[in-house]
Design a protein around this ligand. Structure first.
Ligand code: PHE
Length: 363
């Protein structure tokens, strides 16, 4: 086709186009027929794009024809323009029509294959839930905030000074051996209990009264078996004010136990020893498994040990700046794992840390 057009214009030379325009029109009408057939043959949008380039591209027939516009005489320009225009618009219209049809077909085909069947059953995403330790911690926090306690937090990495000395446990005190301590250096430890928060909060509050806080958090000891883990959780409780007595401690703990385990449960306080409380008491809850008949869970005693407590030692109050002749206080430390194990009947503490979903899903 290019060739025929080229020859036509070569032969045209100086002759006017007007007299020979029939010849050019014939050539182009053939070209047009050919083009229309090619457009019809295109079955895909991509096929059509190839045809489009052939006619309308930079090196296509139309841009080739346009070159001759510059070469013919001014008089012939409108004649050639008209012929080219006619050729061009016919093909253009046809191409556009065909593009529209093919694009629609392709979109429909795509929609067909990507169709979503909304009647199919969906895949359920697994729903997360709270860890039993979190449940127990949240419950205890709620019990205490309901009676006016504030929740505070201490540091997991703690100074020896707060973990021990401020709690009446000097460097050579034998009580240090009760707690196998992870030392980071001579003066810094991973806290072995939440009790250092007692000293820290009293430092902050003194001389204000009352101090009425609980402090939940992680604690660390060099211990690892079915009832001990090197990391476990405690909740510290501290109340300091004028006229706080041992009866207040007992009342608060009974309220706690009944709220967690049920109204029918009882508590028992046994004399104990902690350097930072005097007197000190170990607190037991009546066994709910056997109703105190005696069973394996309670070691045939009818009682289960759940926490340590006592009246804040006068020295501990004094070190914080309180006058121990005027104010008194009680404190307690609850092991969250221990409570969770009793509440849910878990017999190995390690289950709480393995994070086996088959275990966790039961709560
Ligand atoms: N800190 C003690 C422990 O971890 C528990 C405790 C807290 C005892 C507060 C008395 C008062 O064993």
């Amino acid at each position: 086709m290019f060739e025929k057009i080229k020859i036509f214009f070569e032969e045209l030379e100086t002759d006017s186009l007007e007299s020979k325009k029939d010849v050019l029109e014939d050539i182009l009408s053939l070209a047009k027929e050919e083009g229309l057939i090619e457009i019809d043959k295109g079955k895909k949008v991509d096929d059509l794009k190839i045809v489009q380039t052939k006619y309308f591209g930079k090196k296509g027939i139309i841009s080739d024809l346009m070159k001759y516009m510059g070469k013919v005489s001014n008089k012939d320009k409108p004649i050639l323009g008209k012929i080219i225009h006619n050729f061009k618009t016919t093909l253009e219209d046809k191409l556009n029509q065909r593009f529209t049809v093919l694009k629609k077909t392709e979109i429909n085909a795509k929609l067909e294959t990507e169709k979503i069947d909304i009647t199919l059953p969906g895949t359920n995403s697994q729903r997360g839930h709270k860890h039993p330790l979190t449940l127990v911690e949240e419950q205890i926090k709620e019990i205490f905030t309901n009676i006016g306690f504030t929740v505070v937090e201490g540091f997991e990495i703690e100074e020896d000074y707060y973990n021990f000395e401020r709690l009446n446990i000097p460097k050579d005190h034998p009580a240090r051996e009760m707690q196998d301590t992870f030392y980071l250096n001579e003066d810094v430890v991973l806290r072995t209990h939440t009790s250092p928060v007692q000293a820290r909060i009293m430092d902050k509050m003194c001389p204000q009264l009352p101090v009425k806080i609980i402090a939940p958090g992680k604690v660390f000891r060099r211990d690892d078996d079915s009832t001990h883990s090197p990391m476990f959780h405690q909740i510290e409780g501290l109340m300091v004010d004028k006229n706080i007595t041992f009866a207040d401690l007992k009342g608060v703990l009974l309220h706690l136990v009944k709220s967690i385990f049920g109204e029918e449960r009882k508590i028992r306080l046994r004399p104990s020893y902690f350097p930072f409380t005097e007197p000190s008491a170990e607190v037991d809850v009546s066994c709910g498994n056997c109703n105190q008949e005696g069973c394996r869970v309670c070691g045939y005693t009818g009682w289960l040990e759940i926490l340590g407590s006592g009246m804040v030692h006068p020295s501990v109050l004094e070190m914080a700046g309180y006058n121990s002749n005027e104010v008194t206080g009680f404190a307690f430390g609850i092991g969250i794992e221990r409570i969770a194990m009793l509440k849910y009947g878990i017999d190995d503490m390690r289950l709480l840390f393995d994070n086996d979903l088959r275990f966790l899903e039961q709560f």
